[in-house]
Design a binder for this molecule. Structure first.
Ligand code: 5GP
Ligand code: ZN
Length: 120
């Protein structure tokens, strides 16, 4: 069924707390945690708890959930105090575009000079 947890999915395991992560925010439907290999002073991943392979699949199956992920990204930006200096939200989609974890997630990148983040 769409959205069901996948046994071999890293982010499903983080959502289930089977793998540790530094969680910064949680709602009934979303989880935000720090990227293990940060590319900016603030680098947080926001995921829907439900498993979808990428962001567009979330939006197509559950548009409200896609909105919740974006709203949470905004709240993380406020809590991390990068909302005024500015931040980038990135959805890598497909291995050719650098996606390595096939559970939808948005990268929130902020802080610093805002330039080194262009690598991601
Ligand atoms: P993608 O390349 O799919 O857009 O992003 C996947 C991200 O997940 C990468 O930035 C990578 O550093 C991060 N990542 C991979 N494994 C782990 C992990 O076990 N814990 C956390 N917190 N982040 C991870
Ligand atoms: Zn998953």
């Amino acid at each position: 069924m769409a959205g069901e947890a996948q046994a071999d999915c890293l982010f499903c395991k983080i959502v289930a707390r089977e793998i540790p992560a530094t969680v910064v925010r949680e709602t009934d439907t979303t989880l935000a945690f720090r990227d293990i290999n940060p590319q900016a002073p603030t680098h947080v991943l926001v995921v829907p708890k439900a498993h979808y392979p990428n962001a567009a699949a979330v939006a197509q199956a559950e548009p409200e959930l896609a909105g919740q992920v974006l709203a949470e990204a905004g709240r993380v930006a406020q809590e991390e105090k990068v909302d005024e200096s500015g931040y980038r939200l990135i959805f890598n989609t497909g291995s050719g575009a650098g996606q390595t974890v096939f559970h939808a997630h948005v990268h929130l990148l902020g802080g610093g000079d805002g330039m080194h983040e262009r690598l991601l």
